[in-house]
Each structure stands twice: as structure tokens, then as C-alpha cells.
Design a protein around this ligand. Structure first.
Ligand code: ZN
Ligand code: ZN
Length: 315
């Protein structure tokens, strides 16, 4: 005969296991909550396509009101201004004169063609310290050429009648390799190589802030490094293309994109293994497909939180 104590214990165990599995399920699918310390601002979610709704690739990670930019595609400073209180936005740290740190994933023009804007616009609006820029080999060289190209503008502003400072146009450029490349009281930034076709030098970045781990793929075909660095991260920001959309294109483009970028189906598999708390899609190649189709491709393999970012979204 079973004693009442044993039945009580069995019932207790049963109730506990139900409770625990319910808790785990909730924890896995918990809604994303914003942080007061770390804000992720999607300045540009586009690609080389000139979609006016999606500016060139750029993400601002703002920690304790200090902004750190990843990439500077076309329109970068206009978008930062739009996110700042001066133009009705809510991100105090994105006053453009405040932008002093930027990290470039690779030298492709869609990610870097906003460079003169990033250097000169904040300077004319009051930035009085040099810009610090970190990127792959070639970043120092690109910086030198941009400064030379706009040399006449710098001379005129410095030595004409315009009241301006002699620091904010300067750039300390750094060619980096893999590993921890930057650290201050707000962030530790780690660079890792990603696969991007035959492009020799493309990086993703992992930012560790006081309360968040954020990983950005940059442009990447499916890469083990992204998976490794985003394992258990709070946020993975990853590029994506629609598999269904690409299936409609010709063989040449299929070969190009599948070697350089990541489809929704492939990204779902990466996210399922890495399990970020939030997956943000950016640098989105629709190829005639739509948002729902791409999210469906992701969800074939990943059941966590996923959002398709629009310009000026804040997470
Ligand atoms: Zn690229
Ligand atoms: Zn790109």
C-alpha cells in the first residue's frame, strides 16, 4: 500500500516539474525588454539598393549616452540627427557632435560611403575632439584619402571667417585584426573575421556593455565565428536575404549572394544554435519578397524572438 507521505511527495514533484517547465518556456520566449543603460539604434537597415526608407547600413550602440557606431553607410549623420532630441528623437546620446567612435566591418562602399559625412558634418556642428575609427586593413589609407579630398574645405573653415575648432575634423584611424580592439568604461569591443565571398577582410563585432552583449555580423555568408561569438548573447544583429526571392534570380546572382550573404533559412539555423535573446534583421535583401516571408524562413528553424528592423528603431 502507498503511504500518504509518498503520494504527497509524488504530487509535490509533479507540480514542481510542471512549474519549472512552464518557467523555462517563459524564460525562452520572454518578450524583449529595453535597457536604460544600453540602447541599440538602427540608423540604417538598407543595402546598396537606394530604398529611401532604408538608409545605408549603420548601427549605433549607445551606452550611458555615449554613442559607438558600427559602419557608416550613406545618410548616417541625418539618421543620427533624426534619433536625437534636437529633431524629435529620444536618444540623447545621438546629438551628432557627440559621435566620436566608429567601427567599420569592411570597406564595401555601402558600409563606408558616409565617411566624409561622419568626419566633417559633426565637426561643423561642434565636435571638438578627433574621431576614432577602427576597421580592417585599408581603413587608415581610406581615411588619408578622404581627408586629402576635402582638404580645401578644412583649410577654408579653419583659416576663413568661420568660427570653428581645429580638432573635430581630425581622425585617428586604426587598422585592426581579430581580438579585443577597444575598451573603455562603457564597452569592450571584440572583432572577429566573417566569411564574405572572396572579400579578404570582413569583420563582425561583439560589444560587451555593463548590461548587454551585442553581436553584429556586418556582411557575412553563414560563418561559424558569428555563431561562436553570439552564443548566449542578448542581441544578435544579422544581415539577411530572402531565399524565396533569390530563388527567382538568375544563376550568376544566386552564386554571388549565396557566397556573400545569409538566407533567412540559414540564419534561422545559426540563431537556433546560438540562442540570442533577440535576433534583429538588418541589411535586408528582399528580392521582391516581403517581411513576412523572411520571418517565416527564420522561424523554420528558430523559435526565439526575432524582429525585422526599420530605420530608427531602438532596442
Ligand atoms: Zn559587403
Ligand atoms: Zn553590404
Amino acid at each position: 500500500m502507498i503511504s500518504s507521505t509518498r503520494i504527497t511527495r509524488w504530487l509535490f514533484t509533479l507540480i514542481c516539474s510542471f512549474y519549472l517547465s512552464a518557467t523555462c518556456y517563459c524564460a525562452e520566449t520572454a518578450a524583449w525588454e529595453r535597457s536604460a543603460v544600453t540602447e541599440v539604434v538602427m540608423l540604417g537597415t538598407g543595402t546598396p539598393f537606394s530604398d529611401p526608407q532604408r538608409s545605408g547600413p549603420s548601427v549605433a550602440i549607445v551606452v550611458n549616452d555615449t554613442p559607438y557606431l558600427v559602419d557608416f553607410g550613406p545618410g548616417v549623420i541625418r539618421r543620427a540627427a533624426a534619433a536625437s532630441p534636437e529633431y524629435g528623437g529620444k536618444v540623447v546620446g545621438l546629438d551628432v557632435a557627440n559621435i566620436r567612435h566608429a567601427f567599420l566591418t569592411h570597406l564595401h562602399s555601402d558600409h563606408s560611403v558616409g565617411y566624409p559625412d561622419l568626419i566633417f558634418s559633426p565637426w561643423t556642428l561642434g565636435r571638438d575632439k578627433p574621431l576614432e575609427v577602427y576597421g580592417p586593413e585599408g581603413t587608415v589609407q581610406m581615411t588619408k584619402h578622404v581627408l586629402t579630398a576635402w582638404g580645401e574645405d578644412v583649410r577654408y573653415r579653419l583659416y576663413g571667417l568661420e568660427p570653428t575648432n581645429n580638432q573635430g575634423w581630425r581622425v585617428n584611424a586604426h587598422d585592426i585584426s581579430e581580438g579585443i580592439i577597444y575598451k573603455d568604461e562603457n564597452v569592450t569591443v571584440e572583432a572577429f573575421s566573417v566569411r564574405h565571398g572572396s572579400w579578404p577582410n570582413a569583420f563582425g563585432y561583439r560589444f560587451t556593455t555593463p548590461d548587454r552583449v551585442i553581436v553584429i555580423s556586418g556582411d557575412a555568408a553563414p560563418s561559424e565565428s558569428v555563431e561562436k561569438y553570439s552564443l548566449g548573447a542578448d542581441i544578435l544583429i544579422h544581415e539577411v536575404y530572402s531565399k524565396k526571392g533569390l530563388d527567382e534570380r538568375d544563376t550568376f546572382w544566386k552564386t554571388y549572394h549565396s557566397n556573400n550573404h545569409t538566407s533567412g533559412v540559414e540564419l534561422g539555423k545559426i540563431a537556433e544554435r546560438a540562442r540570442p535573446k533577440l535576433l534583429i534583421l538588418y541589411h535586408i535583401l528582399f528580392f521582391g519578397s516581403d517581411e513576412e516571408q523572411i520571418i517565416d524562413e527564420i522561424k523554420q528553424n528558430f523559435d526565439g524572438n526575432v524582429v525585422m528592423a526599420n530605420d530608427l528603431d531602438v532596442y
